[in-house]
Design a protein around this ligand. Sequence first.
Ligand code: HPA
Ligand SMILES: [Zn+2]
Length: 332
Amino acid sequence: MHDFLRKLPKVELHLHIEGSLEPELMFQLAKRNNIELPYATISEAKAAYQFDDLQGFLNLYYLGMNVLRTEQDFYDLAMDYFKRARAEGVVHIDMHFDPQAHLQRDVPLNVVMAGLLRAKQEAEASLDLSVGMIMAFLRDRPADEALQVLEQAAPYWQYLDAIGLDSAERNNPPRKFQALFARAKELGLVRVAHAGEEGPADYIAEALDVLDVQRIDHGVRCLESSDVVQRLREQQVVLTVCPLSNVSLKVVEQLRDHPLPKLLAEGLKVTISSDDPAYFGGGLLTNHMACADAFGWDADLFCTLNRNAIEEAFTNEKRRAELLLRLETYRV
Ligand code: HPA
Ligand SMILES: [Zn+2]
């Protein structure tokens, strides 16, 4: 099965590019930019990646990205991940990025966008990898700051596939960002949001009702409400489930306890993603392999999960048709 999964054309809809920053690159960029790291060695950094919850992870995630300063840094960050993912058989990535986390450190939006867009264009031209762009807003920051950043991003609206909502979920309900999401809708931007990772099932319903999102990132806690499950099933709202992330952040104790089999049994539109691969023990292939080991899934199921992801990916219809064909050809 592992060999099948390695070659399977895989698509991930939920990846934070800043969470793909491997300690090796973090050390290189720290040196290049003359920045002191809180870790003496690469192995010390890796050893620190033990989390009790989402907040524990976010603290190190925001610390790590402090090495990102120049356009070249953002290009290197993204291209490093794109090459690694492509070598693992990934053919499309919808990439979240967190402008507020960089603006707070006085890294301007044009630096972030120029680096990421250059990497995207190069990946699409030369790596046979398509990339969607999701500008994410930090839900533990003020709502009016998010609105200002969206307005400030006007020159880049044309390059965005969607806006997203991430960071600390508890006590930051979707409704806090009603105005932001209404503005994004007015601009014709697609909307997605993290909901039901650490927050309750209510937040999933609220993200659908108040933010009018097209996707739910994570969403695993939907199982706590049969109403929410029914709704997700009826509307076939895609869930971007991140198995190894959920284990690392103790949403579940171990992968065998993960609700993925239940989500599938409920008839939900499930996909698999890596979330923050540098922090959670591996990329999309590793997540697939871990699920194969934990749940004994067959090839058909993995094809279905990736077909779901292709159907929902932020790409053009030509690329979508090409990826669907490639998946079907691989299956037989
Ligand atoms: O898993 C996550 N959840 C919420 N916010 C995040 N920002 C990066 N990764 C995550
Ligand atoms: Zn996430």
